[in-house]
Ligand binder design. Structure first.
Ligand SMILES: [Zn+2]
Length: 261
């Protein structure tokens, strides 16, 4: 078991809207936590779980700095976590393709720095697919607000992942997992995706059309992918609403305005 991000929506002191609590994540005893990027709505709780379970976090080196801040804040000065920066500090997206061996011999994991979401004009190269984010009107009645877990222990990440002087939060990573064995089942995971064709994004790391093209080239070079776990809509969807049909056969399909949060 491993975690792809560690944020939990509406984490409360007793099971509520989310039917588990933080201790359940610790008790799950994951072997590792992979962070797609360091913003709080992805990386909250990571340092807490990693320290409690004695497991590594894989992230950018900049986010690892924040994980150490989190560990010291939550558990006391001098407490550290095993956080492994998988690309070079300050590197350009796509300039390094790395292998992670923590799932060997079960799976091969490949990762590279991605571009986080950004707002771009609508791309007319494919049909607009509006995303209608319609809440269930019964939700508030069915799941009344409980007591936020942060009122007991604040396990959120410091500065929402970008404390003063550290741009870590937006630095994004893309992961591919290839199962070894007979079927080579393959999936990718990324929790954001910038407008690569336009080369826009909020990451430090100089997004540009050329860098976006480089990321397309890397995706095209990867083994064929069976399932993509990714972000297909952004919080800016009211302006840029698009959900992109995901390729289930080949990552070379272009997602020119593929966005997430
Ligand atoms: Zn984010």
């Amino acid at each position: 078991v491993f975690l792809l991000d560690s944020f939990v929506t509406r984490l409360e002191v007793v099971p509520g809207r989310t039917p588990f609590v933080l201790q359940d994540m610790v008790d799950l005893q994951p072997e590792a936590i992979l962070l797609g990027h360091g913003h709080g709505n992805h990386a909250d709780n990571a340092a807490y779980i990693a320290h409690k379970d004695g497991i590594p976090i894989y992230a950018s080196p900049e986010t690892c700095d924040v994980m150490q801040l989190d560990a010291a804040r939550i558990f006391g000065a001098g407490t550290t976590v095993d956080c492994r920066g998988i690309v070079s500090r300050g590197s350009v997206p796509g300039s390094e393709i790395v292998k992670l061996d923590f799932l060997e011999p079960v799976a091969c994991v490949t990762a590279f720095k991605h571009i986080r979401s950004g707002t771009a004009p609508r791309d007319s190269a494919f049909p607009l697919v509006p995303v209608n984010n319609i809440a269930d009107p019964r939700d508030a009645t069915m799941f009344p607000s409980g007591v936020s877990a942060t009122t007991v222990l604040n396990t959120t990440t410091t500065g929402f992942g970008s404390p003063p002087g550290n741009p870590a939060g937006a630095i994004s990573l893309f992961y591919q997992f290839v199962m070894r064995g007979d079927n080579h089942f393959t999936f990718v995971w990324h929790n954001t995706g910038g407008p690569l064709k336009e080369g826009l994004g909020s990451d430090p790391g100089l997004p540009s059309p050329a860098i976006g093209q480089r990321l397309f080239d890397i995706m095209s070079s990867l083994p064929k992918t069976d399932v993509e776990l990714g972000s297909v809509v952004t919080s800016a969807s009211a302006r840029t609403a698009c959900a992109i049909p995901c390729s289930t056969s080949n990552m070379s399909s272009r997602r020119s305005t593929f966005r997430g949060t």
